[in-house]
Design a protein around this ligand. Structure first.
Ligand code: AHR
Length: 503
């Protein structure tokens, strides 16, 4: 058994818990839209064809924002194809995922779904095959009240009030050679600056996200951010970051330490943004929108798009089945995002349904929660108030990828209104339980409200439609609070939440 200590202090505030940290992502990819959120023949489908079971799970997951419509898909998307009478919409080839899109769901349908799901939309414009004018047209369609060609088209399509969408992404992963319309940092930076400037002339209240790097492994990482932000600094609010993690060649220890990479990623993008700020003598700070993050086993067969003459609608793509270790990593990545709440102002778990997703569906049939659903839902539900920087004393284990890594990683939140303190913690050891001791002398008199742990002797256990419930977060009966100290035993490969309060 290892021993580890956490010390909490109400003065060590990093920043507020931002609700936008708990965003997700719906892309026209595989079965995310069609048979995911939209499945008109499903028994729970509403008059718009949206699955009621998926809407319920989306609300239970606690998702706050949803990025749409891509992803790589957006770099070839013509948004006009997806508005107006459904019967008149064209079917288009999606080159990114070698699929066909019948355009049954477009901007108006997505916005109806977002309203029902009670999420804030985060809209992306195509800066791959298109440019400033098409971005302006979409913005006019969405946000201008009326009296212009595209806003009147929206009204003619039955939507009287403008959507007033605030968050907009200026393209997607433009640093990636796989991207349709891939650009150099200079080319993209100029286009993003022109697009942002023009969009703000139409709607000054927008929050704009410029593309950062697709991962910290990109050869242009760092230089890309420097060049793009130098071009765009005054015109944008956030720079994006994307990261996916997977267990490579059975190296569980390095995989469990994936949050070390996310920590470095955030800190180095923030440092680059601050260097550009200083060099340009800018006043404002640029924040990070970590708008794609997750576990994604990219080497699995189902990650490869179809090929040849086959351009299927809604093929099975990227339908990763997650196990308990994957869920522990997802919980740890959320810990990393929270502890950087001073710089990460938005984030999106990629994606929401079927495609590397916490929610799975059968076409016309059952839906279920993957293991990764639970740490996300519990963090979204219980993180409240301020994020606290915690002092961690933990033994370390060696990993092939990151060297020595502390086995315990944790963050805490403190709600000054209720006085509640919530600790989110992972034990990243593959073999050894941790006896956790939390020093709460900064918060005298707290009681244990609840303690839950997600782990399993077999960390490869996966949820299926037949059994999605036999493994999940369960009460941690070892957890106790006495003399302003909390204690709990954390099994190896586990994620836990400890809720403390006065109630
Ligand atoms: O989320 C899956 C894909 O990953 C997205 O389409 C793309 O932006 C990223 O490479």
């Amino acid at each position: 058994m290892y021993s580890a200590t956490l010390t909490l202090d109400p003065a060590f505030v990093v920043g507020p818990v931002r609700r936008r940290t708990f965003g997700s992502f719906v892309e026209h990819l595989g079965r995310c839209v069609y048979t995911g959120i939209h499945d008109p023949d499903h028994p729970t489908a509403d008059a718009d064809g949206f699955r009621g079971d998926v809407l319920d799970l989306t609300r239970e997951l606690g998702v706050t924002t949803v990025r749409y419509p891509g992803g790589n898909f957006v770099s070839g998307y013509r948004w006009e194809d997806g508005v107006g009478p459904v019967g008149e919409r064209p079917t288009r080839l999606d080159l990114a995922w070698h699929s066909s899109d019948p355009n049954l769901v477009g901007v108006d349908e997505f916005m109806r779904w977002a309203d029902k799901a009670d999420v804030e939309p985060m809209m992306a414009v195509n800066l791959g095959t298109r440019g400033v004018q098409e971005a302006l047209d979409l913005l006019e369609y969405c946000n201008v009240p009326g009296g212009s060609a595209w806003s009147d088209r929206r009204r003619a399509n039955g939507v009287e009030e403008p959507y007033r969408i605030k968050m907009w992404c200026l393209g997607n992963e433009m640093d990636g050679p796989w991207q349709i319309g891939h650009k150099t940092a200079h080319e993209y930076g100029r286009l993003a600056a022109e697009t942002a400037r023009a969009m703000r002339l139409m709607d000054p209240g927008l929050e704009l996200v410029v593309c950062g790097s697709s991962s910290s492994d990109m050869p242009t990482f760092g230089e890309w951010e420097r060049v793009v932000l130098t071009e765009t600094y005054e015109h944008v609010d956030h720079v994006s970051a994307h990261a996916y993690y997977w267990e490579e060649d059975g190296d569980l220890a390095s995989f469990l330490a994936s949050a070390v990479d996310m920590d470095h990623f955030v800190e180095s993008v923030a440092a680059t943004a601050d260097a550009v700020r200083a060099a340009g003598k800018h006043e404002k700070r640029i924040h990070i929108s970590f708008d794609e993050w997750n576990v994604w086993y990219q080497k699995r067969a189902e990650s490869r798009p179809p090929s040849g003459d086959d351009w299927p609608v809604a093929p099975v793509l990227l339908e990763d089945r997650y196990n308990v270790a994957d869920a522990v990593v997802v919980g740890n990545l959320l810990i990393s995002l929270l502890r950087h709440t001073d710089r990460v102002h938005a984030a999106s778990l990629a994606q929401l349904v079927n495609v590397i997703a916490p929610i799975m569906t059968e076409p016309g049939g059952r839906s279920w929660r993957q293991t990764t659903f639970h740490p996300f839902a519990l963090t979204a539900r219980h993180a409240a108030g301020d994020v606290l920087r915690v002092a961690v004393e933990s033994p370390a284990e060696e990993t092939a990828r990151f060297g020595d890594v502390p086995v315990l990683d944790a963050v805490a939140t403190h709600d000054p209104g209720t006085g509640d303190v919530v600790v989110f913690a992972v034990n990243r050891s593959t073999t050894t339980p941790v006896d956790l001791d939390v020093d709460l002398r900064g918060f005298p008199g707290l009681r244990l409200l609840d303690a839950r742990t997600l782990s399993n002797p077999d960390h490869t256990w996966q949820a299926t439609a037949d059994d999605a419930t036999s493994v999940g977060p369960v009460p941690n009966t070892s957890a106790k609070v006495a003399d302003d100290r909390a204690r709990a035993e954390l099994p190896p490969v586990s994620w836990s939440v400890l809720r403390l309060g006065r109630a």
